[in-house]
Design a protein around this ligand. Structure first.
Ligand SMILES: [Zn+2]
Ligand SMILES: [Zn+2]
Ligand SMILES: [Zn+2]
Length: 395
């Protein structure tokens, strides 16, 4: 399926894009105001969170910016974000503001940008056949969700509530286990961000699934989200049985979408049996194990190299001294970046492996594993004889 850009004006895809752009501009304004507000200081000298704020702000800006699609290239988008961070830091040199420009702050911006980019790359479309089709359905369901301005208000509310719930938990964990001192800003902030991410992700999944269920009935165009034309709708209404749907799938050529001209195939919204949770888990097991091994190996190697060479190499000694002199939030941000980047790689591997299983949807049933190669071998969609679940064959 070739994607048309920009989507036709008024279509759900275009509305979602517009809303994303508006929210990005609002977020940019917030970041500029808080970074350039005269003599503003958040956190305390003993427990600084300045670097976390920088990374979180630019991570969020980058994540949204990649979805505004102002720049189609990922790398130019990242360069633009890094430049934005540099401009923001340079503006802080204006003496009247009483703020200070800092190379460390910009490095924190870049770490936030890198983490956002890693997760954005990890969540890009995967698979070639059924997996890609299911990804397109989810993506158009997301557009239908984001086309409504109220959805964004709900996300903002859940983000605030998640922060309010996560921050006290972080403070509690800090005082019980980590005991960093009397001013628990850092772990409070980390807890708040995790609560925020958890809340937004849960609402996102619920919203996308609700719109996916609705879209399965309304069968919108997979490219622009516009619902079926009148003739198409009646054709779908008359085909009450699965057999009739299959005959349409095999006999009629795709009709172009009335809004964007993208060909609409009968398999676009044909039912697909869900992949079993245990199969999903089995696909993720190896990436999760490898991620944990990578993390442990990296940490052990890092500590071993530093302790072994500290007294022998002048360079390592100086690097270690520099690292120990860094403020606590910079060091914690470094740890977070390592965990997040390895986690993003693991997420990508999990999605790839699940997609590879889903792509074999037309050969063996996703729910029961029944061999479907002999079941209506010419049809592009059908149902499994064993469990009644649907399958599609994307050519
Ligand atoms: Zn700064
Ligand atoms: Zn369309
Ligand atoms: Zn089955």
């Amino acid at each position: 399926m070739t994607e048309r850009f920009p989507p036709p004006i008024g279509s759900p895809a275009a509305l979602a894009l517009r809303n994303t752009r508006i929210v990005w501009l609002i977020l940019l304004l917030c970041v500029l105001v808080t970074t350039l507000w005269p003599r503003l200081a958040i956190g305390s000298g003993e427990s600084p969170i300045d670097k976390f704020l920088h990374a979180a702000a630019f991570g969020a800006l980058t994540g949204l910016f990649l979805n505004t699609r102002w720049l189609r290239s990922l790398w130019w988008s990242l360069v633009a974000m890094a430049a934005l961070g540099a401009v923001d830091e340079t503006l802080q040199m204006i003496p009247q503001l009483g703020r200070s420009a800092d190379l460390d702050d910009w490095v924190a911006d870049v770490i936030g940008i890198a983490i956002a980019a890693a997760f954005w790359m990890a969540s890009r479309p995967v698979g070639i056949g059924a997996a890609r089709l299911i990804g397109q359905r989810r993506s158009i369901a997301a557009d239908l969700l984001l086309a409504r301005p109220t959805a964004w208000l709900h996300f903002a509310t859940v983000a605030a509530l998640g922060f309010a719930a996560g921050a006290p938990l972080g403070v509690l964990l800090d005082s019980w286990f980590i005991r960093k001192g009397p001013q628990p800003w850092q772990y409070g902030f980390i807890g708040g961000l995790l609560g925020m991410a958890l809340g937004v992700h849960a609402l996102w999944e619920a919203g996308v699934r609700a719109h996916l269920r609705r879209a399965t009935h309304q069968q919108p165009c997979l490219a622009c989200g516009t619902c079926a034309s009148a003739t198409n709708a009646t054709a779908n209404d008359s085909s009450t049985t699965a057999a009739a749907t299959i005959s349409i799938a095999t006999t009629t050529s795709p009709t172009p979408c009335g809004c964007c001209g993208n060909p609409r195939r009968a398999i676009d919204w044909a039912p697909v049996a869900p992949l079993l949770g245990s199969d999903e888990l089995a696909a993720c097991l190896v990436p999760i194990l490898l991620s944990i091994i990578a993390l442990v190996t990296f940490s052990v190697a890092f500590i071993a190299i530093v302790t072994a060479l500290r007294l022998r190499s002048d360079f390592i000694l100086r690097a270690d001294t520099w690292y120990q002199m860094l403020p606590a939030d910079s060091r914690i941000l470094g740890d977070i970046a390592v965990v997040a980047l390895i986690g993003a790689c693991g997420l990508w591997a999990c999605r790839r492996r699940i997609a590879a299983r889903m792509d074999r949807c037309g050969a063996s049933c996703l729910t029961c594993g029944f061999d479907l190669r002999a079941t209506a071998p010419e049809a592009s969609a059908g149902t499994c004889h064993e469990c009644g679940g649907g399958f599609v064959r994307v050519s």
